[in-house]
Ligand binder design. Structure first.
Ligand code: SF4
Ligand code: SF4
Length: 444
């Protein structure tokens, strides 16, 4: 099969051998479950339960508050003990529903019962996806029902499945492909039923040959679904990189994938769609790789959303050595955690505990104009100039240099010999600019 890819990018050590052969094991939390009402892009969800209510597995706890918002459903049974602000992975305190887990995991009515998707209209499927609280699991948690809502007369040509899993160390999508290929195909059949003019392409990096051959074999008799092998290169799974690699189409960062005729979904999001539509199981769990050289027993666990990250890490045997850094997610785009007493979110894909952090070990020095970051940037940006603008608070220049297009992939920071914390400064600059824009809109 001919490989495809995008221009630029990097080749970090993938670290996947630690968990690539670890089959997904179930994990049942013993402690309380905490559900932040903002674990997606958009407006926080609105509670539909009150303190003292009894809840069951799969029951909706909070509904979307507006179009760009997402529902939150319970992954445990028990009693709602508080609705209060709790700390989440990024260190911020967020209004959350706290459930006293009774350890029984009593399901709600209808949970895990079959439903024939072919009898459903696209609008009915959208409602199911919305009420199941499905958000993109490969990134910042964009509500999936919003992504699947098309303007009048617009239909996608491609459903692109991001199965690249290009972040080092993560193997949860890889294990899903090997262990639950039928669930991937079921989710895709639902999407192809919704969009009759589309075809689906599953993009998998070449470092996962078993997944490529298994899914190629499973899709041999489904002409509307195919597998595309991709070069092993970071950030191959970025939305625009995947579109470029598979379709050859280019889109501007300010445009949506549908402008290139594409809907891009992460592999685990596709699985969640199939589970919600065909089995009435909302998005209440996520497969998490517990990995890194500081973890006693690296593994892949299916973790109920809301579980404590500390409890999950303890289940994997805890730390065997002092960890210099513990990250929620991968080393390049993940979030460094200051405490493990925070919940697993719908978007959690890994707990990565590392004994050494190469970037943090060195003090940044002056830029030596080597140009490595420019050659690495998949968005063709100029990181040294962006960094100058961001560090001096020159927002106008930052915008003129298209800083807002930075996807915060971390490639520039990774290759920089001066160990400059480029991505961190771009993240802060973008957040500041977005705050300014919101403030201006509110004023107007
Ligand atoms: S973090 Fe931004 S500037 Fe740096 S390589 Fe990625 S897209 Fe380019
Ligand atoms: S890689 Fe680092 S040192 Fe080289 S040009 Fe970019 S910022 Fe400067």
């Amino acid at each position: 099969m001919k490989m495809r890819t995008f221009k630029h990018g990097i080749h970090p050590n993938d670290g996947k051998a630690l968990t690539a052969d670890a089959a997904i094991q179930p994990f049942f939390p013993k402690g309380e479950a905490v559900y932040p009402l903002s674990q997606h892009i958009g407006a926080p969800s609105k509670p539909v339960v009150a303190v003292g209510d009894t809840v069951t597995v799969g029951q909706m706890l909070a509904q979307p508050d507006g179009f760009i918002s997402a529902a939150v459903c319970s992954a445990v049974s028990g009693k709602v003990k508080a609705i209060e602000r709790r700390r989440t992975v990024n260190g911020k305190e967020v209004k959350s529903i706290v459930v006293d887990n009774d350890g029984l995991f009593t399901p709600c009515e209808g949970y895990d019962t079959p439903r024939d998707y072919t009898t459903l209209s696209p609008g009915e499927i959208l409602d199911i996806v919305r009420d199941a609280g499905i958000v993109g699991q490969g990134g910042a948690g964009f509500p999936t029902h919003v992504k699947l809502t098309m303007k009048e007369g617009v239909q996608p040509e491609y459903i692109l499945v991001n199965a690249a899993e290009c972040e080092p160390y993560l193997t949860s999508d890889y294990r899903l492909m090997l262990e639950r290929p039928e669930q991937v195909l079921e989710g895709l059949q639902v999407l192809l039923h919704m969009f009759p003019a589309a075809r689906a392409v599953i993009g998998i990096e070449a470092n996962k040959p078993r997944a490529i051959s298994l899914l190629t074999e499973k899709t041999a008799d489904t002409p509307r679904i195919s597998v595309q092998a991709l070069d092993t290169k970071y950030p191959q799974g970025g939305e625009r990189m995947l579109i470029r690699a598979i379709t050859g189409r280019e889109i501007h960062a300010t445009k949506l994938p549908i402008s290139a005729g594409c809907v891009v979904l992460n592999l685990s999001t596709v699985v969640s769609i199939g589970q919600a539509v065909c089995h009435r199981i909302p998005q209440i769990s996520t497969v998490v790789s517990i990995t890194g050289d500081a973890v006693a027993n690296p593994c892949n666990l299916e973790v109920p959303v809301g579980s404590s990250q500390r409890e999950v890490l303890d289940f994997a045997g805890g730390l065997k050595a002092e960890a210099e850094k513990i990250i929620s997610g991968g080393p390049l785009m993940g979030i460094s955690m200051i405490s493990l007493d925070v919940p697993i979110l719908k978007t959690s894909g890994a707990i990565l505990a590392m004994q050494r952090d190469e970037v943090a070990m060195w003090e940044p020095t002056a830029c030596i104009r080597c140009g490595r970051c420019v050659r690495a940037c998949p968005e063709f940006l100029l990181p040294p100039m962006l960094s100058q603008a961001a560090d001096s608070g020159d927002w106008e220049s930052f915008e003129k240099l298209y800083g807002i297009e930075c996807m915060e992939c971390g490639s520039c920071t990774f290759v920089c010999p001066a160990k400059r914390r480029l991505t961190q400064s771009f993240r802060t600059a973008k957040a500041t600019l977005n705050d300014k824009r919101r403030a201006a809109l509110n004023k107007g």
